[in-house]
Structures are given as structure tokens and as C-alpha cells.
Write a new protein. Sequence first.
Length: 385
Amino acid sequence: MFSTWSFPNRIVFGWGAIEQLPSAAERLGARRPLLITDPGIARCGLLERVTDLLTNSKIEYAIFDGVEGNPTEASVYPGVDMYQSEHCDSVVALGGGSALDAAKAIRLKVTHDLPLEEYDDLKNGGDRISADVPVMIAIPTTAGTGSEVGRSTVITLQATGRKTVIFSPHLIPSLAIADPELTVALPPHLTAATGMDAMTHNLEAYLSIGFHPMCDAIGIKGVEMVARNLSAAVHDGRNTEARKNMMAAAIMGAVAFQKGLGTVHSLAHPLSTVAGMHHGLTNAILLPHVMRFNLPVSCDRLADIAVALGVDTRGMNADSAAVAAIEAIEKLNDEIGIPKRLRDAGVREEMIPIMVPLAMADGCRLCNPRPTPAEDMEMLYRAAL
């Protein structure tokens, strides 16, 4: 049983939804797609499932499986070359956030000639992006980034030396096929890390500055859904209800962070480029530290988050409830096996001076409820180390 939603793009959601791929491709006019994925997806059998569906429906395709774990331009330009040499007319992206983000960048560069750094959101690069992009079908295999419904791609660029956000409504995939069954084989540590990515998206969006009640409502519900389902998904990957709810929560996080994110993400992005860390894992470790940093200005909202996390806040004042929210995130991290410290994931002290300026150049921090100057960025890195 699956459902079709239209917010913010068209989403076919549910167990077995992947079977809708051939009819969806036909409806969108995708006659020769470039299938973009990563080597891990190619090895685990999920790619074969998709290619079988396309082959049995007599849809011709080419495969680009050169996406890196933390995508850089090296994941983009070879894909553009293959798209053109194979005379493709559309994109099908299969994988986690890295594959989906790389696919968006490939899709952009097929029709847009400027260097990727010219589309940097911090330079209002989205104004240079037109609707002239190929059809894209996004098929997530993790419940984490929500890139299947997102307006942005995050790519490490040679010109900037940092993870660079390229943002435009024209980058939203034409269709998302969100099938929780595709996440069943995800190992526990990746289920945990990607799940905490979804948690961070929802939670940071709720705390971020600005007025957007719709995103607030989605974000706070997303926090609740992750809190109720992530541990179950980690400890029993075949828990269908938990997998379904986690995939929905990931989508909700990406919708909610239209409002903005925060300092967790600005700190996390350099940890991918400098230390090679998994993005969701960095978010998980950093999140309670940044929540504690934000506590003086976000007490009431953190108290709301405590309720969403399942804390019984009856009899607590807002300060106590806010602290309980931080403790609940730390407890959840413990339950799902997230390391306590960045050093446990290979981060070294000498990396901090390299990462601070990269974090300061990241626009996510501009939506944080408490301003984060360089000295506080360094303090937070050291607190989490």
C-alpha cells in the first residue's frame, strides 16, 4: 500500500513504491535516464532491483556509479560527461543524500554553463538557476537527508574548499519515490547516523530564527517521530513501522529546514571535508553541544522539543524542560550507539584551526538562534572533541 503526496513535490510513498518507477518515468517522459548512484548501492543489490524494473519495461538507461561518500566536483563532471555521451534525457538518483545531491548537481550542469561556485547560495547563486533542467526522479535508500524533497545540493567545491550549498526551487526533484523497504538492509550504524541527521534537520529548523509556523509544525512533529522510531529501526532493521516513520520524518526534516538550519550544520560540514566524517554522525555528536549553547536564548522552544522527545515535563519549569531535552538527545545517542566524542570518530585537535574558518564561511549558522562568532565555533569544536 502506498500513498501519493504533493508537498513540496510529488512523492510516491510506501512499502513497495519502487514498483511505480517505470510508470512514473513514462509519465514524466524519461525515455533514457542516467541512473546515478554510488558503489555501495551497486554492490548491495538495490541497483539491480531498479535496473530490472527499467529493463523489463524496455526503458533504456546508462549508469553512473562514481558518487563519493562526501560528494565533490569529482562526483559531478564525469556524470555530466556520461549524461551527454550517452544521450540521456533525464536523471534517476538512487542512494543516500550523497547520491541525490550529486545527481542534482549533475542535473544542473547539464544545462547551466557557469562554474559550480557561481551558483553558491551565499552569493545568491540561485538567481542564476533557471527551470531548464532535466527531469529527475529521486529514490532515497536512507532515512536521513530528505534530499529527495529538498531544494538544495551540498557539494564540496575546489574553488571554495568547503561544502557549498547550491539552492534553488528548480532543483527539487520532479518526483520522489520513497519506499521504506529500500532501507531495510541499511546496517545499524548507518541507520543511527542517518536517523540523527533527520533529527537534527527537524530540531534545528524548529529552533532557527525567522517566522515560518508551517515549518515549525512539521519540524516539531518530525522530532517526535524520530524519537519514537529511530531506536526501534536501529535495533530491528525489519521493523516496518519504524522504517516507514523514519522515512517520513526524514522528508519532514527537509521540508522544515526551508526555514533554515543552524550552527550544528555549519560545524558539521567542515568535519566531512577535513576529517572525512559521515555527515549524520557529525550532527549527532554536535547536536547536544549546540543545544546547550543555544539554551540561554531558546529555552521555551527547547522545552517544546522536550515534550516532542517524550519527556514528561509536568511540574517542570521551562529551564528544567529545556535541559531535559538536551539530556534526552544524549540518551538517544547512547541507545543507538553514537560515539560520545568527535575524537572517537578520528577527529584530531590540530584539525580545529582548519575547520573554524570553514565553519564561519558556512551560511547555516546565520539562522542559528544565538550568534556564533569564531571563538564560539572553536569552543564548540573543543567541547565536542
